[in-house]
Design a binder for this molecule. Structure first.
Ligand SMILES: *Cc1c(COP(=O)(O)O)cnc(C)c1O
Length: 393
């Protein structure tokens, strides 16, 4: 079925579905570890990859395949490999595409576990990693080496929502053999399509907005046939960081409402950000939808809406930030994001606590910073839950 001619919301509801002989309307969950062949010759052909079809759910499962095809269609990529988590997607990408001697150039503002995977784990296998200030194009340019194989970034970045110019970086590496890899977790394809701006691979933590309801852990890589369909798929096949069929089914249901949710969340986040700028005891608000955001113009160009992450600095330092967090009645105190339930966290002591104080201050992550990941409650209730009156020195 050729889904390309259908609109985004049609594909998010239907792409990838293959109805069985039972005539079901919703996608079934294939909870089976293995598949049966009609005879020995077919078994041999499937193992030799001469015949397409199911073999074993570590690397071929119909529910997981439906999720992969739906996400590939939404991102506009040829192939997709689903994984057990977002981190497994990043690991599988590195294992599939890198070898000792290679160099990876990464934005400094990336997910905490990604930084640890790069710096502390993969660097033990002879791959070198460098981290640059995400919005400084000259810094990227200067740090590229002949052996640089991957440029890695997230945009908007966490927690300060810096926007990185995907098209400019894609242009910069045209004459290099490096791949531009974008973790599209914060925007999802509903708000940002990295392939249309020259990215080579898109990574997802499906745990966040793709599920959107805080239920399951999962991840995915989207890209071309050769890299994703072949090289990264062989890591899945042999190393096994597999997504479970049940989780794939949950993510399929999540994708069906992705655009609706991302628009509603962005609208509420925008209202929250504007409200915060007017409050006493709020020193600074970070949100790409605010005209005062340093990359506001770029965000307008690159994204369909500004997304759900709003960060802000309060007067009174860490104690005030903690008082504000502790006084919330409905917001969930958790570092997770991408849920219907709005979450609130103190980055310096949670998501970025493994960074040294120098690294945090260099990145601008202060002790007075609070991050809210907006969900689907009434925005007035979210505002009312933030007791900024408690933030005075
Ligand atoms: C959560 C997250 C990850 C890791 O995903 P898991 O599903 O938790 O393994 C990677 N990148 C970003 C931007 C994330 O927010």
């Amino acid at each position: 079925m050729d889904w390309d001619r259908y609109g985004f919301n049609t594909r998010s509801v239907r792409a990838g579905q293959v109805r069985t002989a039972e005539g079901e309307n919703a996608e079934p969950i294939f909870t089976t570890s293995s598949f049966v062949f009609k005879d020995a010759a077919q078994a041999a052909a499937r193992f030799a990859q001469e015949e397409e079809g199911n073999v074993y759910s570590r690397f071929t499962n119909p529910t997981v395949r439906t999720f992969e095809q739906r996400l590939a269609s939404l991102e506009g990529g040829e192939a997709c490999v689903a994984t057990a988590s977002g981190m497994a997607a990043i690991l599988a990408t590195c294992l599939g595409l890198l070898q000792a001697g290679d160099h990876v150039l990464s934005s400094r503002s990336i997910f905490g576990a990604t930084r640890i995977l790069f710096k502390n784990i993969l660097s033990r296998f002879g791959v070198a990693f460098d981290f640059v200030c995400a919005t400084d194009l000259d810094a990227w340019q200067q740090a590229i080496r002949p052996e640089t194989k991957i440029l890695y970034l997230e945009t908007p970045a966490n927690p300060l929502t810096e926007i990185i110019d995907i098209a400019a970086l894609a242009e910069m590496i045209k004459s290099h053999q490096a791949l531009l890899v974008v973790d599209n977790c914060f925007c999802t394809p509903a708000l940002q399509l990295p392939f249309t701006m020259g990215a080579d691979l898109v990574i997802h933590s499906a745990t966040k907005y793709l599920d959107g309801q805080g239920r399951c852990i999962g991840g995915a890589i989207v890209g071309d046939e050769e890299r994703v369909g072949d090289k990264i798929f062989s890591i899945l096949r042999s190393a096994g960081p597999t997504m479970s069929p049940f989780n794939a089914w949950v993510f399929l249901k999540g994708l069906e409402t992705l655009d609706l949710r991302m628009r509603a969340i962005s609208k509420s986040a925008d209202e929250l950000a504007r409200w915060l700028t007017l409050q006493p005891n709020v020193e600074r608000v970070f949100y790409p939808g605010l005209e005062s955001h340093p990359q506001y113009e770029l965000a307008q160009r690159q994204q369909k809406a500004a997304g759900g992450i709003v960060s802000f600095e309060v007067t009174g330092g860490k104690e005030a930030a903690w008082r504000l967090i502790d006084a919330t009645k409905i917001l969930s105190i958790t570092a997770n994001l991408g849920d219907t339930k709005t979450t609130i966290t103190h980055p310096a002591s949670t998501t970025h606590s493994k960074w040294s104080p120098e690294e945090r201050s260099e990145a601008g992550i202060g002790d007075n910073l609070v991050r809210v990941a907006v969900g689907l409650e009434e925005v007035g209730d979210i505002c009312a839950d933030l007791r900024l009156d408690l933030c005075a020195e």
